[in-house]
Design a protein around this ligand. Structure first.
Ligand code: HEM
Length: 404
């Protein structure tokens, strides 16, 4: 773990620099995830941090509630019409609605606006990333060209949307309007502090947050629902906790979240078995010896949370979904559990994402009984991030109690 904790080992330039472009179109550039220049990254991170402070996040609770309520309305319709709900897709709409609104002030309303191209564009970018990084010959084969064209169009759509958003915000600032201290404001500040007001650098961060802020949380919630589909005893415990803490309240408050301890355990266990961002990699410039293992200089080291979460040397009976591993009294899994990575380059959105996941899950448990439609896979699909192989299709029944 020293590799993640110490700034001595930078992000591996092969993968992260390669993602500057995707098939020749500027993609993540030197945004926060891919920036491999430590000093430049550090300056950006320092500016972004306030948009993820606890006091700022507390103020986002309303938006999380509001967007989660859109999902509850849709599910109510599904329950009434007795039609199945494709939960992975519906949750993806919510997490994109949330990040677009709180980071950039955009109103997408994706559950109603079904023609919106954004969810598909993000999926295409991720699929493109996997091919681009893993297969240097991918572009040579003519049968891949249509896919590559679509991926490039998806990247251009995201960057164009970013450009419009940034122009709009700059206009508002010039007109002296009050603007939120959101992620977009911090993105503008980063570029300003670098004194170059670099338009492309702002777009790098726009795309970075648009993608990093959406896909992972959606996949975590979808995996959790998939597991709960075959663990009714865990659902019963969760429901009891949600009924005790939230009752029939419509608005979940920030203070409630700390009381949902069993739900936290379930979400952590879900990330152990199904880490949506399964690993990271570091560059070792010179020969080192770690734990008696000689690592020669000039190699890339992969640190994989999917693998370590499933090792029986680290977790007893590792394939069993057991939230009690994360019981407050249980021994802490030191340095073998890192779904958000560790050290200076760990996830900036960890608390943001877990607040969002808890609010969505608590509302689902409060209001509905979801039943997985039988015959679906419990497998994992690797599309750059890990996502459920199935669409997590469920039947929906309303729980019979009125909300305040
Ligand atoms: C369950 C949800 C999430 C998981 C599992 C997750 C996981 C991770 C991981 C493993 C990394 C390290 C990536 C690497 O080394 O290549 C990372 C970085 C990052 N994540 Fe997340 N993430 C989640 C949600 C979010 C959200 C909601 C946001 C933004 C709102 C976000 C923003 C970022 C950023 C900006 C970085 C780069 C940090 C830096 O290098 O300074 N993430 N995340």
């Amino acid at each position: 773990m020293e590799m993640l904790m110490s700034p001595k080992y930078p992000k591996d330039p092969y993968i992260y620099k390669r993602l500057f472009n995707l098939f020749g179109t500027r993609f993540l550039g030197s945004g926060l995830v891919t920036d491999s220049d430590h000093d430049h990254w550090y300056r950006q991170r320092r500016i972004m941090d306030p948009a993820f402070s606890n006091s700022y996040l507390r103020g986002l609770t309303n938006t999380f509630n509001e967007r989660a309520d859109y999902l509850m309305e849709k599910l109510e319709e599904k329950a009434e019409s007795k039609s199945p709900a494709h939960m992975h897709h519906m949750i993806s709409c919510v997490t994109l609605d949330v990040i677009a609104k709180v980071a950039f002030g955009m109103e997408l309303d994706l559950l109603n606006n079904t023609q919106s191209p954004f969810i598909n564009a993000i999926s295409l970018c991720l699929k493109g990333m996997v091919q681009f990084v893993r297969d240097p010959l991918f572009e040579l084969y003519p049968w891949n060209w249509k896919f590559i064209k679509d991926v490039k169009l998806a990247v251009k759509l995201l960057r164009k949307t970013g450009a419009e958003c940034i122009a709009e915000r700059k206009r508002a600032i010039q007109n002296g309007e009050e603007v939120p201290k959101d992620i977009l404001t911090q993105i503008l500040k980063c570029a300003e502090e670098e004194k170059d007001d670099d338009h492309e650098q702002m777009l790098d961060n726009f795309v970075t947050f648009f993608i990093a802020g959406q896909e992972t949380t959606a996949n975590q919630i979808a995996f959790t629902l998939m597991e709960l589909g075959r663990t009714p005893e865990i659902v019963a415990k969760l429901r009891k906790e949600v009924d005790d803490v939230i009752g029939s309240k419509q608005e979940i408050e920030y203070e409630d979240l700390g009381k949902l301890t069993y739900l936290s355990q379930v979400l952590k266990e879900s990330l152990r078995l199904y880490p949506p961002a399964p690993g990271t990699s570091r560059w070792v410039a010179e020969d080192i010896v770690l734990d008696g293992i000689h690592i020669p200089g000039g190699v890339v080291v992969f640190v994989d949370s999917y693998v370590s979460g499933r090792l029986d040397t680290l977790f007893k009976d590792p394939l069993r979904f057991d939230p009690d591993r994360f019981h407050p009294d249980a021994a802490k899994p030191y340095f073998c559990y890192f779904p958000f990575a560790l050290g200076p380059r760990s996830c900036l959105g960890q608390n943001f994402s877990q607040m969002e996941a808890k609010i969505v899950m608590a509302k689902l448990l409060q209001r509905f009984e979801l039943q997985l439609i039988p015959g679906q896979s419990f497998g994992i699909q690797d599309t750059g991030s890990l996502r459920p192989r199935s669409s997590v299709v469920c039947t929906v029944r309303s729980r019979s109690h009125a909300l305040d």
